[in-house]
Design a protein. Structure first.
Length: 111
């Protein structure tokens, strides 16, 4: 199953000097791409929002992957997962973040 992760900067930044730099985040993303876990990633048209498509067997696995993103793990960002019907995904490609934003997606409620 594929999930779309919408990663957005937190409005209230965590306390303390910890802040992951972009190079650390990009290295993590490259490793996920090479492993076939993240199939697409990119910035959104909306400022401060990143998008990536995760291949995972369950929502829990997708959440685990998204929470390992250095920006999220450091507390700089939070994420929302959307389930993406694989039939949609197989009919699309290559695609851009704008294409993903324009898809009809079902939001998975976060507990």
């Amino acid at each position: 199953m594929w999930y779309i992760c919408l990663r957005k900067r937190r409005s209230v930044q965590p306390e303390g000097p910890r802040e992951v730099n972009l190079d650390v985040h990009l290295a993590w993303m490259r490793a996920q791409h090479q492993a076939g876990i993240i199939l697409f990633s990119g910035p959104s048209a909306r400022r401060g929002l990143g998008i990536y498509v995760i291949r995972a067997d369950s929502e829990e696995e997708a959440a685990h992957i998204a929470s390992a993103d250095p920006f999220t793990a450091d507390g700089q960002c939070e994420f929302e997962l959307l389930e993406w019907d694989v039939r949609q995904a197989l009919g699309v490609g290559p695609f851009t973040s704008a294409d993903i934003e324009n898809q009809t997606l079902r939001s998975i409620p976060r507990v």
